[in-house]
Design a protein. Structure first.
Length: 135
């Protein structure tokens, strides 16, 4: 929106109010939009509000943008939750999009953990490649 350029502080204050609200679709929309703005304040707001995503799929989709600004422990927890998710496509995104965002040692540990329960052969191969790269 034009307000982000002409009145960034009031715009971000409005976004913050929406993030504090009870409308999950509005929160998800705000988080999706502010995470794409080229503004340190907007990105900081997105990181603070990240845990309020109602859609785990959308959170994983936005995570590659915000992960460099998030605590490593939060990124690792998100990966751990993602690779254990029932959705194969979400597990794939975790392997391809999120594991590269952590240090190689952590990626190897997370991939090793995920290999124990991964039922999909293609995803098992992808996880094994991460393990082998970290060896």
């Amino acid at each position: 929106p034009a307000l982000v350029h002409t009145m960034p502080d009031p715009f971000l204050a409005r976004c913050e109010k929406i993030l504090e609200g009870n409308d999950p679709l509005a929160r998800d929309s705000v988080l999706s939009h502010v995470s794409q703005l080229d503004s340190p304040k907007a990105l900081a707001l997105a990181v603070r509000g990240f845990s309020r995503f109602s859609s785990f799929h959308r959170a994983v989709g936005i995570a590659p943008v915000l992960a460099p600004l998030m605590p490593a422990s939060d990124v690792s927890a998100l990966i751990r939750r993602s690779v254990a998710h029932e959705s194969p496509s979400l597990r794939f995104r975790a392997i391809e999009w999120l594991l590269p965002l952590v240090d190689p040692r952590s990626a190897r540990e997370l991939a090793t953990e995920a290999l124990v329960d991964e039922p999909d052969e293609g995803l098992r191969r992808a996880l094994q490649r991460v393990v082998d790269l970290g060896a």
